[in-house]
Design a protein around this ligand. Structure first.
Ligand code: F6R
Length: 608
């Protein structure tokens, strides 16, 4: 989604903006632009295409002089990707420039009114109304104008606004779209996320909705909508800069796949003390858990797939009913939910618009909210009753890997923690699962040691037109993720099916040579899945089985077999997903796809 960077300080702004925007490229974009204040005017450069085109146009920023500016990478929503539709957008007089992430939902009536008042629109975007509206309301004070603007616009926004009348300061505001404030020495920043400014500062302010920020070189002031000053706590970000760099890898995705053991250790180890799961940030008591009617897990994409695993595990261990739903559906069907329900929200970015809207829906019905989030201080984290952070570090590749794995590990720990609180798990089983959770990172390392085997398999199938993933129960939940990983980065059509469901229609798509990846890791349903493998083989499928190291005779029914280490049954998804991530990666790599930035996709989906 769109990325924003803003700078005011003593250095030349344009190169800093370009560099910051380059760190936001991973979010997905189709055009880029900057506006810099110079000598009572605004110098704007913007273009469709890659950031390199903007860098070429501005001589790496050297052609645009000035020490204060705003920059933007656009992911088109309203109007095609074009030079004109790129941000910054300027007001009719050219005195104000605006960058925006989000959607102004009522831009059509506002545009009509502004046109009646003589404002001329040049783009097809919703953002341009903000530039004209700001000019319309501006009476010498940027904060007053911005308050009036946000009182008129509906929707979501992170806005940075620069004025040719103000040589020292610019303003920003956010609502339901990410934006943080970076605090430096004689320089200050705005950014869509910390990776854009990590090189300059680790001291951050997180903003609440509709808090207005005035940034100058030596000062940052924050106001509420009544123009009262708000005091903020400074957060220090401990992410390692190198975590957001490729560090010799061809793609962030492979780097992040390989970082999984570390991310898992960082997430798991602090939460297990003397064989006990300690979730300090969770305030659920035994009584709270006993009184729960139901748990809802709500998320999007891969985070939703973690929820599907979560349903099986939480129900198995606690016997509390769990419903799992994609956020974009949940909020629109008037979900049956009340104060006796717990809602678990899962989100890497903590900014996904649909997931946040679902959180608000659950909250409005008095459900308690427990979130699993990777980005500290993100919108979802701020709005939750209890937060469990995954310590995966920055995830740059659009296709999630280490965030998914750490979310899974959190789900295991929550499930076991709750089961223990309400005495649903024996001491022996508790100890065994804890022991196995601690061993996951090492077992993932073991799988990664044999990645060449997966590379070879990918080389056999990268020309496939369509690939199916099948499995039962937890194996089905992992199939969903394996299929998504493959299709989103390699553009090969793929579907995941509950193995027993295939014969109710979809099996008609299986023909001579169709690849079916069959997950058969769970022991309880192993024989049933093998029967389903035989059904597809009888119709010409080539089958790649994924099973545990101790299973015998799988080679007799499958054409190829990938083996993973043994672990406790409920933890198998943490291991079986790794070869599927690698398979998707290698297939996409052999096809020459843009792995870290697949077409049409954005990292943090901040529009509905
Ligand atoms: C797929 C992927 C997406 C995200 C989804 C939710 O590889 O990364 O499906 O899982 O967009 O994003 P978050 O977790 O940031 O809410």
């Amino acid at each position: 989604m769109c990325g924003i960077v803003g700078y005011v300080g003593e250095q030349q702004a344009a190169p800093i903006l370009l560099e910051g925007l380059s760190k936001l490229e991973y979010r997905g974009y189709d055009s880029a632009g900057i506006a810099v204040y110079s000598d009572g005017a605004l110098n704007v450069a913007k273009t469709r295409g890659r950031l390199q085109a903007l860098a070429d146009m501005t001589g790496g920023g050297a052609k645009i002089q000035g020490t204060m500016g705003i920059g933007h990478t656009r992911w088109a929503t309203h109007g095609e990707p074009s030079d004109i539709n790129s941000h910054p957008h300027v007001s009719s007089s050219g005195r104000f420039a605006v960058v925006h992430n989000g959607i102004i939902e009522n831009y059509i009536p506002l545009k009509k009114k502004l046109m009646e008042k003589g404002f001329e629109f040049v783009s097809e975007t919703d953002t341009e109304v903000v530039a004209h509206l700001f000019e319309y309301y501006y009476d010498g004070d940027m904060v007053d104008a911005l308050i009036k603007v946000i009182q008129r616009v509906d929707g979501s926004y992170a806005l940075g606004i620069l004025s040719a009348d103000d040589p020292d300061r610019f303003v920003a505001v956010r609502k339901s779209s990410p934006m943080i404030i970076g605090l430096g020495e004689h320089e200050n920043f705005i950014a869509s996320d910390v990776t854009a400014i990590l090189k300059h500062t680790r001291n951050i302010y997180y903003l609440e909705d509709d808090e207005i920020v005035v940034l100058s070189k030596d000062d940052v002031k924050i106001y509420n909508i009544d123009k009262e000053e708000v005091q903020k706590k400074v957060f220090t970000v401990n992410w390692d800069i190198s975590a957001a760099e490729k560090g010799g890898y061809e793609h962030f995705m492979m780097k992040e796949i390989e970082e999984q053991p570390k991310a898992l250790r960082d997430t798991i180890n602090p939460r297990i003390q003397d064989g006990k799961i300690v979730l300090d940030s969770v305030s659920l008591t035994e009584e709270d858990i006993r009184s729960l009617n139901r748990i809802h897990i709500v998320a999007c994409g891969s985070a939703y797939h973690v929820g599907v695993v979560g349903k099986y595990i939480i129900e198995k261990l606690t016997r509390i009913p769990v419903e799992v739903e994609v956020a974009s559906e949940f909020r629109y069907h008037d979900p049956i939910i009340d104060e006796h329900d717990l809602t678990i929200i899962i989100s890497q970015s903590g900014e996904t618009a649909d997931t946040f809207a679902a959180l608000k829906e659950a909250k409005s019905k008095n459900s308690r909210i427990l979130s699993i989030v990777n980005v500290v201080g993100s919108t979802i984290a701020n709005a939750s009753d209890d937060i469990l952070y995954t310590w995966a570090g920055p995830e740059i590749a659009v296709a999630t890997t280490k965030a998914y794995s750490t979310q899974l590990s959190m789900i295991y720990m929550i499930a076991l923690y709750m089961a223990d609180k309400i005495s649903m798990v024996s001491k022996a089983e508790y100890a065994q699962i804890v022991h196995e959770i601690l061993a996951i990172p090492e077992k993932v390392e073991e799988i990664l040691k044999h990645k060449e085997q997966i590379q070879f398999l990918a080389s056999q199938f990268y020309n496939s037109k369509s690939i199916f993933f099948i499995g039962r129960n937890l194996d089905y939940a992992v199939s969903l993720e394996g299929s998504l990983k493959l299709k989103e980065i390699s553009y090969i059509h793929s579907e995941a099916y509950a193995a027993g469901e295939l014969k109710h229609g979809t099996i008609s798509l299986i023909e001579e040579g169709t690849l079916v990846i069959a997950l058969a890791t769970g022991s309880e349903l192993f024989d049933k899945t093998i029967s389903n493998v035989k059904e597809v083989k009888a119709r010409g499928a080539v089958v790649l089985g994924v099973t545990t190291e101790d299973r015998e005779h799988v080679e007799d029914v499958c054409d190829y077999v990938i083996r993973i280490p043994k672990t406790h049954e409920i933890l198998l998804p943490s291991l079986s997903v790794v070869p599927l991530q690698l398979f998707g990666y290698y297939v996409a790599s052999l096809k020459g796809c843009d792995i870290d930035k697949p077409r049409n996709l954005a990292k943090s989906v901040t529009v509905e």
